[in-house]
Design a protein around this ligand. Structure first.
Ligand SMILES: O=P(O)(O)OC[C@H]1O[C@H](O[C@H]2O[C@H](CO)[C@@H](O)[C@H](O)[C@H]2O)[C@H](O)[C@@H](O)[C@@H]1O
Length: 490
């Protein structure tokens, strides 16, 4: 029997999901989720087991809006602690930086660094399939004051593009799907916008603009638009406040608002929510997020995508989720509770989490190392068999890379945290550079000294390298097969 492609499985799952929605929709007034696939939907097959009631049971409820993860009296505290920008002053308590370091080190006993634990994670995943789920803001892009300027770097984009060649990769964001997709700019990924309420598979055919969608909250669209307009209006005189329409949810940003006005902004949001009993509030980093009272979150989105990819109930699948925010906890929790995969929390300050590992420095280079590592470990580039070849440098006069033979004494490791530094001298060959760096990583014995400080010198002085083999890289394909044959030639 012909095996189904991931996209075929997604389409299939979308059909099932609509059926799920049928079961969920006991109130009959739902419009069905958008489904661009015209095939009629037949009987339900519940791949994902949802409760029959799609709405949250609210144990604590005021008339009107629902305060989800905080009580009204704690809004201000929650707002203050929502974004640990300065770890020497966290939860209002001053720390010396050495105290903060020590606290962080203690905390890391519970949430070890994903960087230093990479080999261990990779060994546990050996021979298994990895699925990668990435949050966007604060994970792939640095937190910045203006949400419209939260761009990810080209190096990060290249790394995600590369890992997605070998591992199913999804972006799960609180942003609208369209916006986050525009920021990321990679059509080959899965995207779940609006905290997972707007899911789309990769678009392979340029003419099909929207791909296949799953939008479990589509009935809330008019309500969300209404709330957006009203929040824009009432907050317009609060300097620095910004209201963002994320399609199935609305973000009210207070990062640039004077702390004295936070109570006012919280009051406005609370007043608005009172008029909408079917909306609830969650907290993000310096942002209040208003969303439907639906049992749907980033954890559900991960579950949905695993199902769509045919990766549910498989012992050989290791889902990895990387995120920085409270809303990512739903995904960490899903992985933890289902006993599968690992959550990696990106945070500069200790905090309780359902993640297993941590990344302190949200700087791109750490992620890049990890994604490239996954490519190597998943057999995409190199693999163990290439661990005994030495170093790669570009020949600047042509797009030819040179590989010293084993007779050279250039044994340097790129598994340290500085290998992005190696990329810098390779800028003229940016596309190639990422491939190149991945190969380097796969080629270097992990126990050897860091190459980062040495490679720039090597680039300047090729005479030091000794015997070289020439390997022509094609930036559109993995360089390894060519390299392999070249090495075997010797
Ligand atoms: O799930 P995410 O992809 O992490 O999205 C969550 C929110 O991210 C954005 O806000 C955050 O990042 C901004 C840019 O760095 C920052 O200015 C803001 O303070 C952060 O909260 C986005 O603008 C929101 O709409 C998302 O809900």
């Amino acid at each position: 029997m012909k095996s189904m492609t991931p996209m075929g499985r997604l389409v299939n799952h979308l059909k099932m999901a609509v059926a799920v929605e049928d079961v969920m929709d006991l109130k009959a007034s739902h419009s069905p989720p958008v489904l661009t696939d015209p095939t009629p939907i037949n009987k339900p097959r519940l791949g994902i087991h949802f409760s029959q009631d799609p709405f949250l049971t609210i144990p604590w409820k005021k008339p009107g809006g629902v305060l989800d993860d905080v009580r009204a009296s704690n809004w201000l505290d929650a707002m203050k602690s929502s974004s640990p920008r300065n770890i020497t002053k966290h939860y209002g308590v001053e720390f010396s930086s050495s105290d903060a370091d020590m606290a962080y080190r203690d905390w890391m006993l519970k949430y070890p660094s994903a960087l230093t634990s990479f080999e261990q994670i990779a060994n546990n995943a050996r021979g298994k399939r990895i699925a990668l789920f990435l949050d966007y803001d604060g994970t792939l892009s640095p937190i910045v004051d203006n949400p419209d300027h939260a761009f990810m770097s080209n190096a990060m984009r290249a790394a995600v593009r590369n890992v997605a060649k070998y591992i199913p990769t999804a972006i799960i964001s609180g942003r609208s799907r369209e916006k986050v997709r525009k920021f990321v700019g990679l059509k080959e990924l899965y995207y779940a916008g609006s905290h997972g309420m707007d899911i789309m598979g990769p678009v392979h055919n340029e003419e099909v603009k929207e791909g296949n969608l799953y939008q479990p909250a589509s009935e809330f669209l008019p309500m969300i638009n209404e709330v957006f307009v009203s929040l824009v209006e009432i907050t317009k005189n609060i300097q620095g406040a910004k209201v963002e329409n994320n399609k199935f949810c609305v973000s009210v940003h207070y990062r640039n608002v004077d702390e004295k006005s936070w109570t006012t902004i919280a009051q406005y949001v609370q007043d608005t929510l009172k008029q909408y009993s079917r909306l609830r509030l969650t907290h993000g980093r310096m942002v209040l997020e208003i969303r439907p009272v639906l049992k749907w979150d980033k954890g559900k989105a991960v579950e949905f995508l695993l199902e769509s990819l045919g990766l549910t109930n498989c012992d050989d699948v290791v889902p990895i989720y990387v995120g920085d925010d409270r809303t990512d906890e739903d995904a960490f929790k899903f992985l933890r509770e289902s006993g599968r995969g690992y959550g990696i929390l990106v945070t500069p300050a200790p905090k309780e989490s359902n993640a297993c590992y941590s990344l302190r420095d949200p700087s791109e280079k750490h992620h890049v190392i990890i994604w490239r590592g996954w490519v190597v470990k998943s057999g995409g580039v190199g693999g163990d068999m290439f661990f005994r070849v030495w170093i790669v440098v570009p020949d600047w006069s042509s797009q030819i890379m040179t590989v010293p033979s084993e007779s050279t004494d250039a044994r340097y490791s790129l598994l340290g945290s500085n290998d992005m530094d190696v990329m810098e001298p390779l800028c003229p060959y940016k596309t190639l550079a990422t491939e190149l760096s991945m190969v380097l990583m796969s080629l270097m014995p992990s126990s050897s000294p860091p190459a980062a400080s040495i490679v720039p010198d090597l680039l300047k002085d090729k005479a030091r390298i000794g015997n070289v083999n020439l390997v022509i890289f094609d930036s559109n394909s993995s360089p390894v097969p060519k390299m392999k044959s070249r090495i075997n030639d010797n």
